[in-house]
Design a protein around this ligand. Structure first.
Ligand code: AMP
Ligand code: GLY
Length: 427
């Protein structure tokens, strides 16, 4: 069969790498892809949200399945676009329709959903410009730090955590009255700050049954010791040592089952990934957020651990028989270290030549922000590449990722050398 992956990051390279190992796939395309995806499939120069061009390509190339990597096309309704088109409606799309994508597309929707279905999450209220004064009052009832979330998609920048009441009030005013995040902050969710340690749990569902994939821990801040600005993610570790079987069982009964049942009850036919961002608060899970896709860079640590054919699971999603499928997980640790461009997540340069890729041994290099120019592979994004390694211990895997990180070079290269350090105390 012929398969099209939508997206261009490290997550999509990991999907392409994994799916290229499936014997059932004849042609694998990635739109728009990057220099890494070009080594395992064919890149197609179409933007992830250009639905009309995607349609044309899908029909001309007899595509039999579309796997959507990022949230943007899902929130904009790529799956609905397929279902509403006579020529496309029988081509399965892995990723929810617009209604399900609201779980990520609107923080207010997802908080209300959690409350409706009794899913543990931080206490919250939602405010608009008209009731800014009430929002300012609500802040006074909370203890610092304060958690303010723009309702809509804000390219990962929409959550602000001020430490003083004064800053929090200023921030809320900026978001609501001055449209700091444009339309995304027309509504703002204010919630209690949760104390604990964070992890990402991934679920694949056909709308009825579900599979829990390996969990991962992400490193969001740019600086070592979890300092500085938020990024898309600077590294990932899977499995997560503090998320033992007992904890995952709690997540399943308190979060996953109520989520799947809640979607069904609300008539939302959800086919795709659910990424549950969780806080482990003294052994109890509390949901920070839902995403309607896999995480990046978590995918780069999670997918290599799945030993079975990923296409088989996707076919289970498409054909609503996921309950008949099984998959095997590699028990070893997979560690991912992200190399980023100097300056990221603020302004950074693109187009710098990347060298040393031929010296990598014992790691998988997933490209994120890269492209080919006439003569070389060059940087083309803030997060440049993810280096994933296996080990029987976390440190054995990390050592390989770090030593290979040294072998790749481009101007301004930066990576966090403390990925995994916070987890050592759990062994
Ligand atoms: P989100 O985009 O909702 O994942 O928020 C970005 C980051 O802010 C999360 O990964 C957490 O580290 C942090 N965060 C969000 N909500 C809370 C909360 N209620 N308590 C503590 N930290 C939070
Ligand atoms: N790594 C977090 C995310 O993909 O949103």
């Amino acid at each position: 069969m012929n398969l099209l992956i939508i997206g261009s990051g490290g997550r999509e390279h990991a999907f392409a790498w994994k799916l290229s190992q499936s014997k059932k796939i004849k042609n694998l395309y990635i739109a728009p892809g990057n220099a890494g995806t070009a080594s395992v499939g064919k890149n197609v120069d179409i933007a992830a949200t250009d639905f009309e061009s995607i349609k044309k390509f899908v029909l001309e190339n007899n595509i039999n399945m579309v796997v959507v990597g990022p949230e943007d096309p899902l929130v904009k309704g790529i799956h609905d676009f397929f279902l509403n088109d006579v020529e496309l409606k029988n081509i399965p799309v892995i990723g929810p329709q617009k209604d399900g994508a609201q779980l990520e597309g609107s923080k207010d929707f997802s908080k209300q959903f959690m409350v409706r279905h009794n899913i543990p999450t931080a206490r919250y209220e939602t405010f608009t410009k008209e009731i800014l004064a009430e929002g300012l009052k609500f802040l006074e009832t909370l203890e610092p730090p304060y958690v303010l979330k723009a309702d809509g998609l804000a390219a990962g920048k929409g959550v602000v955590i001020p430490t003083t009441l004064e800053e929090a009030k200023k921030e809320l005013t900026e978001m609501l009255a001055n449209a700091k995040f444009g339309n995304a902050s027309a509504k703002v969710v204010i919630e209690e700050f949760l104390q604990g340690i964070e992890l990402s749990v991934f679920v694949l569902t056909d709308g009825n049954s579900y599979k829990i994939l390996p969990a991962a821990k992400d490193y969001k801040r740019i600086g070592e010791g979890d300092t500085g600005l938020n990024t898309g993610g600077m590294g990932a570790i899977s499995p997560v040592p503090f998320a033992d079987e007992n904890f995952i069982k709690k997540v399943e009964s308190l979060v996953i089952i109520p989520t799947i049942n809640g979607l069904k009850k609300e008539g939302i036919n959800y086919k795709g990934f659910i990424f549950i961002g969780l806080m482990n608060c003294d052994g109890n899970p509390s949901v920070i957020e839902y995403n309607v896709r896999m995480g990046d860079p978590e995918t780069e640590a999670v997918l290599p651990r799945i030993k079975s054919d990923l296409l088989d699971l996707f076919q289970g999603v498409a054909n609503s028989n996921l309950h008949e499928k099984t998959f095997e997980v590699d028990s070893r640790f997979a560690t991912t270290v992200m190399l980023v461009a100097g300056g990221y997540p603020e302004e950074y340069k693109k187009g710098d030549e990347i060298t040393g890729l031929e010296n990598i041994k014992d790691s998988i290099v997933f490209h994120a922000g890269t492209k080919h120019n006439e003569t070389a592979v060059v940087t083309n994004g803030g997060r440049v590449m993810a280096i994933t390694s296996f080990g029987n211990t976390m440190n054995e895997a990390l050592q390989k990722s770090f030593s290979n990180a040294e072998k790749i070079n481009y101007k301004g290269k930066y990576y966090r050398k403390d990925i995994g350090k916070d987890l050592e105390k759990y062994f």
